[in-house]
Design a protein around this ligand. Sequence first.
Ligand code: MTE
Ligand code: MO
Length: 520
Amino acid sequence: MTSTSPAHTAAPHESGRSGAGRVAAANGLVAGLLTVGLATLLAALLHQGGATSGEPAPVAAVSGAFVDRTPAWLKDLAISVFGTNDKRALLVGVAVVLAACCVLVGVLAQKRPAWALSAFALLGVVGAAAVLSRPGASVTDLVPTVVGTGLGLWFLHHGSGEATTAAAANPARRLLLGAAAGGSAAYVGGWLGGDSAAATASRDAAAREAARGTPVQVPAGADLGVPGTTPFVVPNSDFYRIDTAIVVPRLTAADWRLKVTGLVEREIELDWVTLQDKPMREALVTLACVSNEVGGDLIGNAVWTGWPVRELLALAGPRAGADMVLQTSADGWTCGTPLAALADDRNALLAVRMNGEPLPFEHGFPVRLVVPGLYGYVSACKWVTELKVTTFAADVGYWTPRGWSAEGPVKTSSRIDVPRTGAVVNAGRVAVAGVAWAQHRGITAVEVQVDDGAWKAARLATDASIDAWRQWVFEWEAQPGSHTLRVRATDADGRLQSAAERPPAPDGAEGLHTVTVRVE
Ligand SMILES: Nc1nc2c(c(=O)[nH]1)N[C@H]1C(S)=C(S)[C@@H](COP(=O)(O)O)O[C@H]1N2
Ligand SMILES: [Mo]
């Protein structure tokens, strides 16, 4: 008879001890995988069944809760390091931290099984708390985390004794089975959760509707076509994406409703079918992110189709004293937009199409706002479900308590697309080209400076809209050597772009985009 106590095992060789340790660690890891796998699968089923308006998947909920507590500097850092992959990076980060915790729990289970079970349960409680903290959460949302944690505890409990026993029935087999089960549940859950058949069908139907309309027109001459520059209209698949959504909301057009509430004469509820009958208009609007660094690519231009939101607000009748509209998204994100920007004659749209297609899910299907002249974080609510007419004194948008200004008019700015910094070009004529933007004011001049020379005027592309960016090109007689190129824009108010360097927070970066090139 062999003892089950580690103290009695004969000659605990180094390899034997670390072998048991490895099994114990794997035991914790597989318990975690089973928990997350089952919870993700159950959460996906809740989503599919339309049984939740929250985020019942614990890893996504923890990541979402983390995002909501991210200070401006960290968000900035994440975007500058990971770009628009910041969310994937966060999910991976959460998974790695969780895996490390599970390994520790597994190792702890060798000596102190009761403590290990409590620690594991505590991880479940953290997940449950995150789930409950998500917008739209209900008690049902706890089911995946609770059931998943239960399974993990059961697995851990049955494995903790075996890990240290030579007599244990093949622990490797048990671990493999557990890992396979947990892994496949996570995989199926992730796949199910990432796709909602109803939402995809709904968007496909909207695409068939859109195809019946006239294709979008872009003025000739707005795109100079200089090789290497960003196209004047950015294709949907290349358009930058910024939001706090760990899981992209997938609504159906049929389920979508937009409520107009707050300081209004009449509350209104708008549905998709009613919206389709409204007079739609097409507008070229360049959307920019306040987090965009000087020279950055968190900016894009598209043709948006939608109903002017001023007409909706006019139906509701804003009351005297209101100065802000708090927009709310299906996932709980909010932004505060000056009422004036939505009520005046600019093309602030309840947009349903982007470049002639229904909005991609990532860009707000079925309906979002697009407001010329304001950074996205204070205006361009995706998956919009409510417009509350209110005041800046009474309400704040999502980013305001997180270190960003309550108001965010776009700053006049410009970027050099070609040549890129570090490029080697041939002496002679070189096309220096890029974009400049001052949404809703318009660009009247772009100038380029080579080294410390005089500022010289660039040639501007056709002005397609004061709400869109404007391409420019400067024919440079490049002399051999190393050179610095700078750009600056002037808007239609006669204001020259600021040269003082400022970071994105709190209200948009400032400074001149500068590239250095070698001429040979
Ligand atoms: N629901 C929701 N809408 C949102 C955001 C968000 O986090 N959630 N981010 C805003 C920000 S900061 C920007 S810059 C724009 C980006 O829009 P895009 O992803 O379509 O380019 O969306 C805005 N709308
Ligand atoms: Mo943004």
